[in-house]
Each structure stands twice: as structure tokens, then as C-alpha cells.
Design a protein around this ligand. Structure first.
Ligand code: NAP
Length: 323
């Protein structure tokens, strides 16, 4: 099969032939239709965080996929050959024509979504779900501040929090304000123009931090006592958390086919929607990586300035279509 691979940390992506994977008893073989690009792919490829995010070289990137089941292992009962599925990877990467993956990490593809749209869903939506509900303990009637609300994870967080009956405030760029209001934010604070801690009149129950750095540090100032600061980007200071009498946690996505199935149903009934910015052919993965490099300078030799470094659309996932 054809696959995109990285042969050395920081090296170029190559597109060539590799053996088609075989499956274990609890796995399915999926003929991939689309996969999506995540920041994590570039960070892992760069080798800058290899202590905590090790990869075996040569390495096929890609943490999520949509496709059609080609074969099932002996212990798999939840799906059958010919089913359309989407999910997160559980070993090898998804920048390839075929993927061997644990059946438990996938779910039925929502019938109203294209394969491109479906591939954009699993990582961002499940991160948002677990950030809000597993770690943030968000409840109906509470107020949540979501930093980076127009990003891939942020947009699901805004939609899921709003659907859960929370009041949603998001930080983002001005040009994403209308988009965020259309998906459930009641207030958008332009992070380039205003300091959120100065303009917020009331404290919030939960902060979901998808930005980190100074934004995370300043978030303690806007949390109610007993509130929750959940970060998907970097560890949260336990000293500061104790000082402000809040809980602080850095989350890491634990993929679950069950959660993805519930998200799939919300997508199918139109309660939430996916957002695809750009679709590239799989063999142009290197070009696709340049698209998100603007948000991720200094990783994998990317520069934030220059041709190809800016997104064509201000929000949405970048997807790779497998021919
Ligand atoms: N822990 C986990 O398991 C996990 C899982 C998935 C993702 N993540 C991490 O979560 C983060 C977000 O991921 P993503 O895929 O949603 O990224 P993304 O799609 O690139 O979105 C980032 C968003 O943040 C906005 N932004 C940048 N600086 C900001 C600031 N100071 N204040 C408010 N908004 C700001 C950007 O807006 P502009 O483009 O307009 O600047 C963009 O809309 C990344 O660091 C990613 O690695 C972690």
C-alpha cells in the first residue's frame, strides 16, 4: 500500500510503498478514505518532545481516520466488512491506504457526513468532550471560558458546552466572532484586543485552556472558588491552583469508541457540526503541514511567516484525502 512516512526526526515526509498491515483478534483493517492533521503529528515528527512522545522510525503519522472496514479480527462483533467507520488510531498512523486499528477505538460514521468531514472529528471532538465533562465537570447553567474557541478542539467545546446548557464565553480573533456566535458562544473576547481578565464582569465555573502560557496563568484570576481549570496544552501549576482554591489539571485524550459513538449521534441529528478548512491529497501531506505551521512555529522546521504558512480559512481542520 501507499503511505506517507517520516524516516528521521525533522526530516521530510516521503510517500511510497509499505507492506499492508495485518490485524490482531481485536482489530479491524480499514481502507482509509480520509485522515486529518493534528499539531501532535508535527510535534512528534520534530522529535522535540521525544522523551514524552516517542515514535518508532520509520513512522507513519496520523491519529484519526474515516474509511470502510475491509476485514475484522476473530473477536470483533461490533462491525462488519463494508461498514463505514471513523475513529482514532491505536498503533500505526493513518496517513496510509490501510490501517489496522482496535475496533474499540472506532464508531459508525455518521451517515450525513462526508468521509472528509468524518475524519476531522475524532481527536478534536473527544478532547473537547473529555475536557468539558470528564475533567471540567461542566453542568447546565454554569459559565465556561474557552480559550482558543475557534480552533479545532475549541469549536467542539463551544458546541458541546452550549448543548449541555452552559453559558459559553470564548477567546478568539475578531474575524471568528460571527462563526463562534453561530455555534453557541454567547460572548467572544478578541484576545488580540482585550485582556479577558479585565473585561469579564463575573467569574466563571470552568476554564478550558487550549492556548497555554500567559493565557493559562491569567485564567486563575477569572475562576470562581471551587472552579476547574482544564488545560489540553501544558501542565497546570498545583501551587497556584491551591492558592486560588480551584482544581487544575492537564488532560490527555483517552480515546473511546463509546464517546465517539455519542458524538456521532449528535452530528447525525445536526446538534453539532464539523468544520473542515482544507482538503489535500494524501501525497501532499507536507503542504498540509505548512498550513498549520502558523500556529506552531519552531516545530518540524516550520516558519510562521512566509508563503503557505497561513491557513486559507481562519478555522477548521485540515484533512488528507486518500485516493
Ligand atoms: N491534550 C490533548 O489530548 C490534546 C488533544 C488535542 C489537541 N491538543 C492541543 O490543544 C491545542 C489546540 O488544538 P487545536 O487543534 O484546537 O488547535 P487549532 O485548531 O490550531 O486552534 C488554535 C486556536 O487558538 C487560537 N489562539 C491562538 N492564540 C490565542 C490566544 N492567545 N487566545 C485565544 N485564542 C488563541 C487560534 O486563533 P488564531 O488562529 O486566530 O490566532 C486558533 O483558533 C493545541 O495545543 C493542541 O496540541 C491537546
Amino acid at each position: 500500500m501507499k503511505a506517507v512516512r517520516l524516516l528521521e526526526h525533522g526530516g521530510p515526509l516521503v510517500f511510497n510503498d509499505v507492506p499492508t498491515p495485518t490485524i490482531a483478534h481485536d482489530e479491524i483493517l480499514v481502507k482509509i478514505r480520509s485522515t486529518a492533521v493534528n499539531h501532535l503529528d508535527l510535534v512528534e515528527a520534530s522529535g522535540t518532545a521525544r522523551q514524552i512522545l516517542p515514535i518508532d522510525l520509520p513512522w507513519i503519522p496520523g491519529h484519526e481516520f474515516s474509511g470502510v472496514v475491509e476485514q475484522i479480527g476473530n473477536d470483533v462483533a461490533a462491525c462488519a466488512p463494508g461498514d463505514s467507520v471513523f475513529g482514532t488510531t491505536s498503533g500505526m498512523g493513518a496517513y496510509a491506504e490501510y490501517l489496522a486499528v482496535k475496533a474499540a477505538a472506532s464508531a459508525r460514521k455518521p451517515s450525513n457526513l462526508s468521509f472528509e468531514e468524518a475524519a476531522s472529528v475524532p481527536v478534536a471532538s473527544q478532547t473537547a468532550w473529555q475536557g468539558l465533562f470528564t475533567h471540567g465537570h461542566l453542568e447546565k447553567g454554569q459559565t465556561i471560558l474557552i480559550h482558543g474557541g475557534a480552533g479545532a478542539v475549541g469549536a467542539y467545546a463551544v458546541q458541546l458546552a452550549s448543548h449541555a446548557g452552559a453559558i459559553v464565553i470564548a477567546t478568539a480573533s475578531t474575524n471568528d466572532e460571527a462563526y463562534l456566535k453561530s455555534i453557541g458562544a454567547s460572548r467572544v473576547i478578541d484576545y488580540r484586543e482585550a485582556q479577558f481578565e479585565r473585561v469579564l464582569r463575573e467569574k466563571v465555573d470552568v476554564v478550558f485552556d487550549l492556548v497555554g502560557g500567559d493565557t493559562q496563568k491569567r485564567s486563575f484570576l477569572v475562576l470562581k472558588e471551587g472552579g476547574h481549570l482544564v488545560s489540553a496544552t501544558q501542565p497546570v501549576s498545583q501551587e497556584e491552583s491551591a492558592m486560588h482554591r480551584v482544581s487544575g489539571v492537564m488532560m490527555r485524550l483517552t480515546p473511546s469508541g463509546d464517546t465517539l459513538g455519542r458524538i456521532g449521534r449528535l452530528l447525525e441529528e445536526g446538534t453539532i457540526r464539523p468544520d473542515v478548512a482544507t482538503v489535500y491529497p494524501l501525497q501532499d501531506a507536507a503542504e498540509a503541514w505548512k498550513d498549520i505551521a502558523g500556529n506552531l512555529p519552531r516545530v518540524h522546521g516550520m516558519s510562521p511567516i512566509g508563503p503557505g504558512a497561513a491557513r486559507r480559512k481562519s478555522h477548521g481542520k485540515i484533512v488528507l484525502r486518500v485516493a
